[in-house]
Design a protein. Structure first.
Length: 161
């Protein structure tokens, strides 16, 4: 989600942990179409199209709808499923778990713990230490680089030039 969309979204915050409860019409007005379709209508982006699929950057992944912290980059792993995958959320409050029996499958849907936006699904075929694979639509993720890592990178870059 780009900066202009965040500025037009009155609930987007990395600090505010209060629950967000907006009407469907309110969400439709403040979210970009692709984010709305996945987050509010439980859509799915095409596999292998997320800019985060192969990202190795160090930082934090947030809900693109409300700014809630969801995953740390050190829990991200290459699953080969076509969507960014993580083995553990930042906290128990970051994620809501729901049974999903759509399309003739038994799955567990994951939603944002703050705004209840659809994020993706979780499966029990992930790596240690949790054995879980949170398969998340990249469209509903925001990413912020770790400040210390960015500073170190820029200093190293400066020293080698």
């Amino acid at each position: 989600m780009d900066t202009s969309n965040k500025q037009s979204n009155p609930v987007y915050s990395h600090q505010d942990a209060s629950k967000v409860d907006l009407s469907d019409d309110q969400w439709r007005k403040i979210l970009p179409k692709d984010v709305y379709m996945i987050a509010r209508q439980k859509g799915t982006e095409r596999p292998f199209t997320s800019k985060f699929e192969n990202s190795k950057e160090v930082g934090t992944y947030y809900c693109a709808v409300c700014g809630n912290p969801l995953f740390r980059s050190d829990t991200k792993f290459e699953s080969g499923c076509g969507w960014p995958s993580f083995y553990e959320p930042i906290s128990k409050q970051s994620i809501i778990y729901l049974k999903d029996n759509s399309f003739g499958m038994e799955r567990t849907e994951v939603e944002c713990g703050r705004c209840k936006s659809h994020l993706g699904h979780v499966f029990d075929d992930g790596p240690p230490p949790t054995g879980m694979r949170y398969c998340i639509n990249g469209v509903v993720l925001d990413f912020e680089k770790a400040k210390d890592a960015e500073k170190k990178y820029n200093l190293d870059k400066k020293d080698h030039s």
